[in-house]
Design a protein around this ligand. Sequence first.
Ligand code: 5GP
Length: 180
Amino acid sequence: MEADVERILYSRAQIDERVKELAAQVVGVYREKDLTVVVVLSGAFMFAADLVRHLAQHVEVVFVRATSYGDGTAPQHAPKIDVFDPIDWSGRDVLIVEDIVDTGHTLSALIGVVTAGGARSVRACAFLEKTSRRAADVEVEFAGFQLEGDEFVVGYGLDLAGRYRNLPYVGVLRAGRIPD
Ligand code: 5GP
């Protein structure tokens, strides 16, 4: 698996440090308030697991799935949101935790669901942000790293056709490993 990686963008140590900083920012904003953390599966599972461990307040974790990508590297249809164990969003302070915000369509759809449910506040935390292809008008209040280009990255939860999620770092694959 590791032989497929051409270049490491963010090492495990860099990620650990940045996740701690992000968690400190989150705590700084919410203070002692209870928080509902929405984990966008599957890509955000590793990031969310690391992030919530550094949060000091009471946290409820809700899992959702946003389906917008097939096995390739480009969006294939508008995101569909499934909430596992649906909850009443009303009056909650909600933090959406995403692996990567690219066009922003997924985040926009999620914010719509949570807002329509009556949440008191909704903010977004993304491990990575790709700004070059942003199409939806969404704000990522807590962002781990900014990717300037539109390279397809894998690792630390991010996959290609179900693979590479277990890499402990974020990297770019060798040419030939990415399908058209
Ligand atoms: P958006 O709706 O913001 O365009 O898409 C966000 C989703 O696209 C992410 O949650 C992620 O699953 C997928 N995505 C976007 N860019 C990449 C990438 O470089 N690598 C991987 N593995 N997934 C990506």
